[in-house]
Write a protein that binds this ligand. Structure first.
Ligand code: ATP
Ligand code: MN
Length: 460
């Protein structure tokens, strides 16, 4: 059915014209001789008010029985609205009830529900203002990511979801087995997938495959679902999340950081501009000062500091952290947040981490105890981006792989990239849900993805 989007009717109203709106009822209020219906169609946060006169054929039989959640199609005329807070309303010529929603059982009432409760009804929560808004902002951010990279001449690469390289995923990879193996009672204990003849799992990162295409197409990005079976019950971890991973040939760590900073600013600017209504809602109800927080990020240079200096900063803070700090330990979320929220009060790019805590593919610095890594930390979350310049020197890479106990046979293809026309190259991974979290102010990452998956939780 062709209907008019409320978004268009509200933003660019053609008063006096005939319109059709198809949506879900938010509320019904009866007055003498007519009813007010608030209808939402999901095209935007705003509802449109419909005036249903008692002379409508089904007024007594149906309209007066409408409750929250019913789906209806309204045909009528768009009018200037005398009421405050809305420019237009619809004077209905007809209202067709498409689907009833038994008020005895429909779980969404007019009052505000907790996010925990809404997670239990994942199939209905997008009908709330907050979760509907998150879905729209998420969609816009995804669009803006493609726009940013495509405009700069990057090519999107669809890296595989089933992967047979598990170097990064040690212990946190979901293994893939066939139904037949299960039916026969025993997936082989070495995890060999009989279909592929080797171990297979769900991807924990598309980076290694993106590197392949960067070494042919120059600048590429992959953006897709990523899986980690880490047993984290935090507000920042999901078992299934989306990751954006650009990878650039002929690009060193500075070039990598510049791109990441430019990209983040571009994305924030884009949503502040294009999602004003939803952003205003988040600013009011989810995180006070949200838009100012984003503008602060857009308008200022990120601080770039080495891991060693960051550790100094933490040590001299006099803070008692749950995890004590010393050179060589990985930064925990509490450290990351102290640095960005209190010490520097800006997004922070921490560089040159100890080689011992970073993966084998990161480029070894001249010192040579550190690697050319860079993590971007933001307020409220901590790490939002993790990246590095990759080790392009064949022998150094081989040495790091041997140290890490990685089977070089399996990674011949990865080593080959260093044997044939190697280049200095770099890339990073942006956790898409952490970005949505930062942008919307949602406290828990589970509100940023349509269907969250966490340990013990994957309802629909
Ligand atoms: P953390 O230390 O926060 O667990 P990480 O260092 O393991 O993250 P990377 O392997 O560097 O993460 O992945 C790149 C980015 O992907 C991270 O900066 C983060 O934004 C995001 N990310 C990683 N793990 C998760 C997860 N389980 N859920 C959601 N996003 C994640
Ligand atoms: Mn990381």
């Amino acid at each position: 059915m062709k209907s008019d989007h409320i978004k268009t009717l509200v933003q660019d109203p053609a008063v006096g014209s005939g319109v059709t709106v198809a949506g879900w009822l938010r509320t019904r209020r009866d007055s003498s001789g007519f009813s007010f219906l608030e209808v939402n169609d999901g095209s935007c946060l705003a509802n449109i008010q419909v005036i249903a006169d008692k002379n409508l054929a089904n007024y007594e039989s149906e309209i007066k029985k409408l409750t929250t959640g019913c789906s209806i199609v309204v045909r009528g005329e768009l009018k200037e609205s005398p009421a405050k807070g809305q420019r237009v309303e619809i004077l209905a010529d007809s209202i067709e009830v498409v689907g009833w929603a038994d008020p005895e059982h429909y779980p969404l009432q007019k009052k505000r529900h907790s996010f925990e409760f809404l997670r239990e009804i994942a199939h209905l929560r997008p009908r709330t203002n907050a979760l509907g808004g998150v879905a729209r902002v998420r969609s816009r951010l995804s669009y803006a990511i493609h726009e940013f990279f495509q405009r700069q001449g990057f090519h999107q690469i669809h890296t595989p979801v089933i992967t047979t390289s598990d170097c990064e995923g040690a212990g946190e990879m979901f293994q893939v087995v066939t139904e037949q193996e299960l039916n026969e009672g025993s997936p082989q204990s070495d995890g060999i997938n009989s279909f592929f003849g080797r171990r297979a799992g769900l991807t924990v990162s598309g980076q290694l495959q993106a590197e392949v295409f960067a070494q042919a197409l120059g600048s590429v990005y992959t953006f897709g679902p990523t899986f980690r079976a880490e047993n984290s019950h935090t507000s920042r971890h999901l078992a299934e999340f989306w990751m954006l991973e650009p990878e650039m040939a002929f690009c060193n760590l500075d070039c990598n950081m510049d791109l990441a900073e430019e990209m983040l600013k571009y994305l924030l600017k884009d949503v502040v501009e294009h999602c004003q209504e939803d952003m205003a809602l988040f600013d009011k109800f989810i995180e006070k000062g949200l838009i100012d927080k984003l503008r602060h990020v857009i308008d200022n240079d990120f601080v770039r500091v080495s891991y060693s200096d960051a550790v100094e900063e933490l040590l001299k803070s006099g803070r008692r952290f749950e995890f004590p700090v010393s050179w060589g330990v990985d930064l925990q979320s509490e450290h990351e947040r102290y640095l960005t929220e209190e010490a520097y009060r800006l997004p922070l790019i921490v560089t040159d981490y100890p080689a011992s805590i970073k993966p084998f593919y990161m480029r070894v610095n001249d010192d040579p105890t550190t690697v050319a890594a860079m993590d971007i930390l933001v307020a409220g979350i901590g790490e939002i981006v993790g990246g590095s310049q990759r080790e392009e020197r064949h022998d150094v890479l081989l040495g790091r792989m041997q140290e890490a106990g990685i089977d070089e046979e399996e990674y011949q293809w990865y080593l080959d990239l260093r044997r044939y026309g190697t280049t200095p190259h770099s890339g990073f991974g942006l956790g898409f849900e952490r970005l949505v979290q930062f942008v919307t102010g949602m406290h828990n990452i589970r509100e940023t993805i349509p269907f969250p998956r966490t340990p013990g939780f994957a309802p629909c």
